[in-house]
Design a protein around this ligand. Sequence first.
Ligand code: SF4
Ligand code: SF4
Length: 447
Amino acid sequence: MKLGAGARPWKWVRRAAQATVVVIIGWLGYRHTLLGGGAGGSAPLDAFCPFGAIETLPSLLTTGTFLKKTAISGFIVLGAVVGATMVGRASFCGWLCPLGTVVEWVHRAARFLARVAGGIPGAGRLGKAASRWGARRARRGAWLRSERGRAWDRRLRYLRYGVLALILATTFTGGRLVFEAYDPFKAVFHFQIETALTLGVLVLLLVTSLLVERFWCRYLCPLGAVVSLGSRLSPAGVTRDSGACTDCGRCDAACGMGIDVSHVERVTSGQCSLCGDCTDACPVEGALHTTWSAPAGGGHAARRLLGAAPDRIRRGFASAGSGARPAMAVILFAAVIAGSMATGAWQTRAEAGGGAGAGSEAVVGSDHEGESLPTDGSAQATEIKGRMTVREVADAFHADPVEVLAALGAPPDTDQGLSVKAVAGTYGGSVDDLRAWLGSGVVPPAP
Ligand code: SF4
Ligand code: SF4
């Protein structure tokens, strides 16, 4: 079955899956930024990120403790990613990853604008800029598909493994999530630009996404590097019938991951997400399709897994339509997370003595829900968390809540039950400034 006109519905299924994850992660990020990590808020995004689990794994294996902000939920998502990868190649990247979706949307929105700019009345300078961008994009695309461009592209893709190794090494030696300050996932989904570094990361992400579709995914993403290694074991893949193929090259131009589809019999790249864009673009019925068979070389595990599956499951996988395979991966992903929630295994906060397994005595700097400041005068400004309320902080430092509000840039009648992070976010203040002020020792006592 060809993924051409008949497969268009899968395109919309993919978009719906991408949009759903973006909305869920966006909501979690917004709640964490606005309300903090307390009962009313949401755990840090690292707790939902499969890469957070990879970062904390060395610490967990050697000391039995989670790194701050990570939790068992990250490992559950990581397990779901592994399952989805075995069923549908790098379908996580093309169908689920919220950051991958955002960078894809940025590029495609610009491409759409470039296409229609001429027809928008009054588009003026913006229209001209979009048209120029479109022309440059076409030239860049052609160069990237040239022999020289492909050679550069191949070399640059190794950068992902370097980024992965660097992050794991520095995280392990530093005992904390060193990468979080540079992490574009957090920069995007925190909805708050607190530092110049965050702004720089966002600008770079935007510029590179406009230059090359999925630049981050192709060349830099450390999670993508892990996914693409596992993806090679998946029996699902795009195959080309060289007899039917007319070498028009439309599949190459359509692939957002820049994979050379038109020169291979089967796409072996670990970065193929089974998005279906190449098969959709192919004008020849039957020339390109997604198949389910163990890949030659490196496919032994997949072959064995497939061979061990009950007959009905095997037949089901083999006969399912092209888009159905990554859709199965998405369903498996969702089922793993839903199952963990239903069974109570889903925990977004690591708990002392638990989560990390038997013998785990402490969680390194974990974001405990119940953590609160002492009120006996021993509270330290560095212990203030964004999720703590204005009243709680004022009580702990025996300070006037109105002065605390003022330090956050808020008017005196602001609700003192709000978190300091929410107040700072609303009125342009900063929790760091509040810490500095309370730590300075010149705080006027409460009336
Ligand atoms: S390469 Fe990374 S950012 Fe891109 S889709 Fe995959 S995991 Fe997400
Ligand atoms: S090769 Fe085809 S299915 Fe794979 S990522 Fe590229 S466009 Fe998508």
